[in-house]
Design a binder for this molecule. Structure first.
Ligand SMILES: NC(=O)C1=CN([C@@H]2O[C@H](COP(=O)(O)OP(=O)(O)OC[C@H]3O[C@@H](n4cnc5c(N)ncnc54)[C@H](O)[C@@H]3O)[C@@H](O)[C@H]2O)C=CC1
Ligand SMILES: N[C@@H](CC=O)C(=O)O
Length: 803
């Protein structure tokens, strides 16, 4: 009966100390089952320490004994930290015996086989200890020395003899039917039972080779990274983990010489059914890369990669350049010594080949051997190059990516660019440079992920509903124009709302029940778990209570777009602290709609001051409602009838007394004064209200019923002014001496402020530069459309700045 085994491989960095061993044991317990095979490397730096011990022994240096003692102590400490006394005892006794065994090997003749035998202890210690630890954790495991079945002859890169090794492995595993088996990586034996190591990059190779021999379904290579990224994440912070990569693409990446995956590791895949997973043992839940064998119809690069310390070999030939160069490249490939990339220059008859410094000496030795066969005249070796490559099926057919690559490389000290015959890569060799900026730039041009912006709206009243409609019409265009993913994530009324990070639309808002109560601070817990790169809150309420949460919004890095004037007109200390909080957390506080609706008043003041101007005074009519009322009021229609009209048109505040009392204008004046650089409080702005005291005490509904009580006083004010040839207007003014007032005034009928269109606001800004003749901004200052437009303008400016 065939067994669906899986192979898991843990490298030295995953087994660096007792904590790492425990983590690996937990992964094995969770992710494997009986009969799975666990391949291990030597713990931490054990192999390097053994190599050092061998070198010292070769030089007859007495330090070898101390170094060996230190290593045995390290291994004993691991055993003591991981196992209880009873389980540790036989292993410690074995370690003691092995200490003597290694010492006597070091005293004898140190040839390749004895050195390999010394090295083999690293993997054997790991396998034995991990098996004991797993068994102690009730995860029955045994260990297996791979020299019992992996057969290979000594060479620089030994290849496992599949025909000999497969039956040996089968019989070894037949002895261990019901447990996980921890197998040593990297080591094998030759026909005379001498120890051979699998050589450079042999560790991962031993895992995929074992999977091929055992007909395993998959090999998972656990290391200190989660898999293959779109670029080296240490250099490019925006690099993303690739969940899938076709085998051909992975093989190309490793062939080029990038360290993330070695070419040998993938060789056994060609003759087995296994898939390969790459995962991180330190963070198993951080994702993985699956290398699959399915074809890919992709037409773009997936990875931008680089190799440092590249060596160029330049060859000339005595005859038949094209023929001999091609044949030589084929011969090198058959010995696993193909260059990372190369360039045939027919005119000069030279072949330039780029090698990693790891491979170059071996390749050079082989080329020397083949020199006469392929009529090689001269070999020139030069160091100090780097390789930059795009890898992905069909990349060479992608005109945009090719163009970007050539453009970026043209600015570098470029030697040559070569596209691979199978169109899997585009490689450039440059004289050695600092690669990081180039890689970042290439990555961001080729793979830039769209920034995800989520919006949560508070207030679905008069202005909020209008803005939702506007957003619905513009959402797609806005997202496209600014290359963003833009989602409406939440819409709240005063008690509850809809919150869905997958995105909402108008239909859902209209046809489904609110799913989230508006309860603070609970709602923060939900909002702060948002999945977007950026979140913006849109406050389209008149709620002072909501404005009290602005500091929290800032603290969480949420941007704020607000039509609500309360925070802008709050106490100076609070206002300053809020500005600081938004700036400290890299978030924006945009409040274009709070004064003059869509008129660019704040922006103009900001721009003047940023350019060096100094604001001396601001005056005008700042209320759309009061402008509308007084521009039309001529005593023939009751004032309260006009007010009801303004209310219906959505010009007034939710409570129209905010307009009539001048408080709304007072807030606007304060917001502008602060924009102009003045430090004022609301109480510093003198205010004469149009609302008699007894009407202030009523509820909004009661006031709406009692509005006609305003009619007489308004008529009197109108007639008084008329008698003097004047008109009544509600004015606001502030100057740099911090004198500020808002209230009803009788002004000359020919005054510019007297002759506006109903609902127009006017802002006259006097400054150093606009001294004689003020800068005047005039236009509709209230209403659904212009105010929704003002909020949208803030959203556009946010989109521009974060994309
Ligand atoms: N009407 C206009 O032309 C302009 C209005 N504004 C400002 O726009 C804001 C909204 O005005 P309108 O839409 O006319 O008011 P509205 O009263 O029609 O709408 C506000 C909505 O907010 C909801 N709400 C109250 N507290 C809430 C909370 N804590 N969380 C969520 N929702 C809450 C209310 O239930 C209401 O539906 C006000 O601050 C106003 O000053 C600004 C410029 C011009
Ligand atoms: N009620 C306000 C609306 C804008 O802020 C006004 O009339 O100006």
């Amino acid at each position: 009966m065939s067994v669906n085994r899986h192979v898991h491989k843990f490298g030295g960095s995953s087994l660096a100390d007792a904590g790492c061993f425990k983590r690996v044991a937990a992964i094995v317990a969770k992710h494997t089952q009986a009969q799975d095979l666990i391949v291990v490397s030597a713990a931490g730096k054990t192999t390097n320490r053994l190599i050092n011990i061998i070198e010292l022994a070769k030089q007859a240096d007495n330090a070898a004994a101390d170094a060996l003692k230190g290593l045995i102590e390290f291994q004993s400490k691991l055993v003591n930290e991981l196992l209880n006394e009873a389980a540790a005892k036989p292993i410690l006794a074995a370690l003691d015996g092995e200490h003597h065994q290694i010492a006597s090997l070091l005293e004898g003749e140190l040839n390749a086989f004895t050195c390999n035998e010394v090295l083999s202890f690293g993997e054997r210690w790991s396998a034995r200890l991990l098996a004991a630890l797993l068994s102690a954790l009730d995860c029955q495991a045994d260990w297996l020395d791979s020299r019992q079945f992996f057969k290979a002859e000594l060479s620089t890169q030994p290849q496992v003899d599949v025909a000999q090794s497969a039956p040996l492995l089968a019989s070894c595993l037949a002895d261990k039917p019901a447990c996980r088996v921890v197998v040593t990586g990297f080591i094998c034996s030759d026909s005379e039972q001498r120890t051979v190591t699998l050589g450079r990059n042999g560790s991962d190779y031993s895992a995929t080779e074992l999977a091929a021999l055992a007909d395993a379904v998959s090999t998972t290579i656990w290391s200190d990274v989660a898999g293959i990224y779109s670029a080296d994440p240490r250099l490019v912070k925006d690099a993303v983990l690739l969940e899938n990569l076709a085998l051909a693409e992975a093989a190309e990446l490793s062939r080029i010489g990038t360290s993330v995956l070695h070419a040998r590791t993938l060789e056994p895949l060609a003759r087995s059914r296994q898939k390969v997973n790459l995962r991180c043992s330190y963070a198993p839940n951080d994702g993985q890369t699956l290398i699959h064998r399915k074809g890919t119809n992709s037409h773009s690069a997936k990875i931008v990669t680089s190799v440092d310390n590249v060596v160029l070999l330049e060859l000339t030939f005595t005859q038949d350049f094209t023929l001999n160069a091609t044949a030589l490249l084929e011969a090198l490939a058959s010995h696993h010594l193909a260059p990372a990339t190369r360039h045939k220059h027919s005119e000069t008859g030279s072949l330039r080949m780029a090698y990693t410094c790891e491979l170059v000496d071996e390749a050079l030795a082989k080329i020397d051997q083949l020199a006469s066969q392929f009529h090689i005249q001269k070999i020139n070796r030069s160091e100090g190059y780097s390789l930059v490559a795009l890898v992905g099926a069909g990349v060479c057919d992608n005109p945009q990516q090719c163009y970007q690559f050539f453009q970026h490389l043209a600015e570098q000290p470029l030697e040559f660019i070569h596209s691979s015959a199978d169109k899997l890569s585009l490689c450039a060799v440059v004289r050695k440079i600092t690669l990081e900026p180039l890689l970042k730039d290439l990555h961001s041009h080729l793979f830039k992920q769209k920034t995800k912006l989520g919006l949560v709206v508070f207030g679905k009243g008069n202005i909020g509903s209008q803005w939702l409609e506007l957003f619905d019409q513009q959402q797609t265009t806005l997202a496209q124009q600014h290359e963003l993913e833009l989602s409406l994530a939440g819409v709240f009324s005063s008690k509850a709302g809809h919150l869905d990070f997958a995105g909402l639309n108008l239909e859902q808002l209209d046809n489904t029940e609110a799913n989230t109560p508006l309860i603070w601070p609970e709602l923060f817990d939900k909002l702060k778990r948002h999945p977007y790169d950026e979140l913006a809150i849109l406050d389209i309420t008149a709620s002072e209570a909501l404005s009290a949460y602005y500091a929290e919004f800032a603290r969480h890095g949420f941007h704020l777009i607000t039509a609500n004037k309360h925070a802008g007109a709050s106490e100076q200390a609070n206002y300053t602290a809020l500005q600081q909080a938004f700036s400290d957390h890299g978030a924006q506080w945009l409040s274009n709609a709070t004064v003059g609706a869509g008129l660019p008043v704040q922006k103009s003041i900001q721009s003047l001051r940023e350019s060096g101007d100094e604001i001396h005074a601001i005056s005008g009519i700042f209320s759309g409602t009061l402008s509308w009322l007084f521009q039309q009021y001529d005593g023939t229609v009751a004032f309260s009838d006009l007010l009801a009209d303004a209310l219906n048109q959505g010009l007034t505040e939710p409570d129209p007394r905010e307009d009539l009392s001048g408080k709304d204008v007072q807030r606007k004046l304060l917001i502008l004064a602060r924009e102009a650089g003045l430090e004022l409080e609301l109480a510093d702005i003198s205010l004469s209200s149009l609302v008699p005291e007894h009407l202030e005490a009523l509820s909004v509904e009661q006031f709406l019923d009692a509005m006609s009580e305003l009619d007489q006083s308004m008529l009197e004010a109108f007639n008084d002014a008329k008698r003097q040839g004047k008109v009544i207007r509600f004015l606001a003014t502030v100057n740099k001496k911090e004198e500020a007032e808002v209230g009803l005034s009788a002004i000359d009928a020919l005054h510019p402020f007297a002759n506006l269109k109903p609902c127009d606001n006017v802002f006259a800004i006097e400054s150093l530069w606009y001294k004689q003749n003020p800068l005047v901004i005039q236009g509709p200052g209230a209403g659904r459309e212009v105010t929704a437009g003002a909020i949208q303008a803030d959203l556009v400016s946010l989109c521009k700045s974060i994309k």
